[in-house]
Design a protein around this ligand. Structure first.
Ligand code: IMP
Length: 190
């Protein structure tokens, strides 16, 4: 399914590739400033933050006064929602990097009800990092069920099901180069 075919399922474009790239650039600049001269672990949450973690890591490495070193790793969780179950989050794959004593930045695509990040922060805190922060590209505040600290936020998401730039609907649309609202009929069709 190429981008043209995916477009049929999109009701509205929310943020284009340039707006997303600019937001990633802003995130990189604040992160670089805060972690200047320190070692940083970018911990991407699979699979939604796959693109963001790569782009953020690249943007950080292009800045002169950023972290002294950047380790990139991924962690994988599954969250069950809606009719499938009620907000249960489960760890599918742990990070390989030893977290203890490190400055860890959890990189997540979107904060929706907040349960995923809340679960991850509790899980990672037990590994005794030196510092633990969160970075989300999209914040969907309308749906929050649990308060979770968002230290770096790129853009605000509308209160709708959005796809693209890593965000999927049943594994589709991740490769859409922009963020779009999914048509309800596209959900039924799959
Ligand atoms: P939370 O636990 O509700 O905060 O949601 C976090 C995870 O749910 C994200 O990493 C996404 O995988 C998924 N998610 C939440 N909202 C959306 C959406 O609008 N589109 C696609 N995935 C979403």
């Amino acid at each position: 399914m190429n981008v043209q075919a995916l477009e049929d399922g999109i009701a509205a474009r929310v943020y284009g590739p340039q707006e997303i790239a600019a937001a990633v650039g802003r995130l990189a600049r604040s992160i670089a400033q805060d972690y200047a001269g320190r070692s940083l672990v970018l911990l991407g949450v699979l699979k939604g933050a796959l693109y963001l973690t790569v782009d953020l890591g690249r943007a950080l490495s292009e800045l002169a006064d950023g972290p002294s070193e950047i380790l990139v790793d991924y962690i994988s969780v599954a969250s069950y929602k809606g009719d499938r179950s009620s907000g249960k989050v489960e760890l599918l794959m742990d990070a390989e990097v030893a977290i203890e004593g490190r400055n860890v930045l959890v990189v997540e695509d979107i904060a929706d009800n907040g349960l995923t990040l809340s679960f991850l922060l509790a899980f990672l805190e037990r590994k005794k990092p030196n510092s633990l922060r969160t970075c989300v590209l999209f914040d969907k505040p309308a749906r929050r069920q649990v308060e979770v600290p968002l230290h770096y936020v790129g853009l605000t998401s509308p209160d709708a099901f959005v796809v693209g730039y890593g965000l999927d609907y049943q594994e589709l649309y991740r490769n859409l180069p922009y963020l779009g609202e999914l048509k309800p009929e596209a959900m039924r069709r799959l």
